[in-house]
Design a protein around this ligand. Structure first.
Ligand code: F6P
Length: 547
């Protein structure tokens, strides 16, 4: 495929954008009482209201034409069929196989991967059960009470986000902790309160070479030795999740205590694999499989639904509309759920590591903007932080609101207020507030017309700021699985339209190597000379001060 900007549908979208760019959603809602029912849908336990977008039927038709011209349907089939669509790493992209609940085989190089997937799930189930029922004990015979996941990026963010989100489903006897940063304070403060005799470490790394994870794992092992004095206790306190069994063995972990996964699972798509072991230990294997089932339901929807009622396709195409035609450089994800406080961090890796690319699949520089900057955080907290900029700043920031209709506590008033705030923000962003409306308010408050005019512009809201509303009945493992898969597929759709490979991460690979040169220079006696004067100067300061 050539650049999407050369396609007829791209030109049609540009023309269409010029025609409707000044239309207001306020007017569209006034003109069409059915707008909500026409632009909302359900799938896999989620409900999407996308009526508060700056679009018409024609916009959606043009966007679907773009998807067709980019051969999105065939790319979806190719991904699910295990084709090596991650061509720069010569890998299939099959996180969907990890949650395949059907009996259908999934072939990579002619081999069905499903028996291996089921074998590892069964191994996880047995292990989780043995930790929970106390068959698996620490080296001094005590039950495991604390699980520490050591990993980074996809080997941390997914398990961390999900265990936080699933707090209401957690086993009370097992606590989960996460160490990711090379900054020793992460490790020291996490391990400080723990009892080594009742702590189990999960060293999670696809490659088992990542600097942060390996350094933290070695320091954790040393801490364990120092605390227990038992060099032979590693087998009861360290298990690994990796694709690299040789490196796991070299680290001193018995291969029997390794949970395998495969090179066709991308790091940021890996929480569905044994990388989810910490999740399973925290919430139990049944709930972990509910998470997989929710994702599978969304996979089936994505794979089979026609584009006009396909939730990830609709969200992906609307994202293209704002990114490439309105020039929106960022978009916000706003979960109204404190349990989802890590969702934005998680999605930042998912989206920005996937679509933060500037080389097309043809090896040439892209000619259109690609992945937006994703940011956000939980409401209502962030209403008191950055919402001001979304409402009245100079940027157009499309937003996704996410909220469960039912809360999980007895404090129903809190939940009603939470949902009310969520809906109110979306309404306010869409409607804005006109000068006349402000004047009416100020008059009612008794302000003189003269004083009103001093304030009126400050209190106006431009409105016409788009948002999607994603609802679920409750935040359950199933619905969370569906939500994460929804975003994964949305990212896929956009990568296909932009004609980029969403599944490699060469920019990050570079970062993994860069610091090593400097590290060896910091440890050496020589003054480094081969860098620019700034880097040389900084290294010099370090050598003088950090002795
Ligand atoms: O951040 C880059 C990355 O390659 C991610 O894609 C991956 O999730 C993370 O590093 C950790 O890698 P590993 O699981 O191999 O330690």
């Amino acid at each position: 495929m050539t650049s999407p900007s050369n396609l007829p549908s791209w030109g049609a979208l540009q023309t269409h954008y010029e025609q409707i760019k000044n239309d207001t959603m306020r007017a569209s809602f006034a003109d069409d009482p059915d707008r909500f029912s026409r632009y909302s849908m359900s799938a896999a336990g989620l409900f999407l209201d996308y009526s508060k977008n700056r679009m018409t039927d024609q916009t959606l038709a043009n966007l679907r034409a773009l998807a067709d011209e980019c051969e999105l349907k065939s790319w979806i089939q190719r991904m699910f069929a295990g084709e090596k669509i991650n061509f720069t790493e010569n890998r299939a992209v099959l996180h969907t196989a990890l949650r395949n609940r059907s009996a259908l085989p999934v072939l990579v190089d002619g081999e069905d991967v499903m028996p291996g997937v089921r074998r590892v799930l069964q191994k996880m189930r047995l292990f989780v059960r043995s930790v929970h029922n106390g068959e698996w004990r620490g080296c001094t015979g005590k039950r495991i009470t604390d699980v520490v996941n050591i990993g980074i990026g996809g080997s941390d963010l997914g398990p961390y986000m999900v265990t936080e989100a699933m707090v209401d489903f957690a086993c009370p006897d097992i606590r989960a902790h996460f160490i990711s940063n090379i900054d020793a304070s992460d490790l020291v403060h996490t391990l400080g309160p723990l009892d080594a005799e009742t702590t189990l470490f999960i060293v999670a790394s696809k490659t088992y070479t990542t600097l942060e994870t390996m350094t933290n794992a070695k320091s954790a092992r040393q801490w364990f030795f120092d605390e227990t004095g038992k060099q032979d206790g590693v087998a009861r306190h360290f298990v690994a999740v990796s694709t690299n069994s040789r490196a796991v063995q070299d680290f001193g972990i018995d291969p029997a205590n390794m949970f395998e996964f495969w090179d066709w699972v991308g790091g940021r798509y890996s929480l569905w694999s044994a990388i989810g072991l910490t999740i399973a230990l925290r919430i139990g294997m049944d709930y972990f499989e509910d998470l997989l089932a929710g994702a599978h339901a969304m996979d089936e929807h994505f794979r089979t639904a026609p584009f006009h009622e396909n939730m990830p396709v609709i969200l992906g195409l609307l994202g293209i509309w704002y990114r490439n035609f309105f020039g929106a450089a960022t978009y916000a994800v706003l979960p109204y759920d404190q349990r989802l406080h890590l969702l934005t961090d998680y999605l930042q890796q998912s989206d920005m590591e996937s679509n933060g690319k500037s080389t097309g699949r043809d090896g040439r520089p892209v000619s259109v903007d690609t992945g937006p900057i994703l940011w956000g955080g939980p409401g209502t907290n962030d209403q008191h932080a950055f919402y001001q900029l979304i409402h009245q700043g100079t940027h157009l920031i499309p937003a996704d609101f996410i909220v469960a209709l039912e809360g999980d506590t007895n404090l129903t008033l809190h939940h009603r207020m939470l949902v009310a705030n969520c809906f109110a923000q979306a309404e306010a962003l869409m409607k804005g507030k006109t000068a006349d409306e402000v004047r009416v308010e100020l008059s009612a408050a008794g302000m003189s017309p003269e004083d009103q005019e001093k304030l009126v512009n400050h209190k106006c809201f431009p409105g016409n700021r788009p948002s999607n509303m994603i609802l679920m009945d409750k935040l359950t493992p199933h619905n969370l699985g569906a939500l994460i898969a929804l975003y994964e597929h949305k990212i896929f759709v956009q990568g296909i339209i932009w004609n980029i490979n969403s599944f490699d991460q060469w920019g990050v690979e570079l970062g993994k190597k860069l610091a090593m040169t400097l590290l060896s220079e910091m440890e050496g006696e020589q003054q480094p000379e081969q860098h620019d004067s700034s880097t040389n100067g900084l290294l010099g300061l370090y050598k003088i001060r950090a002795r």
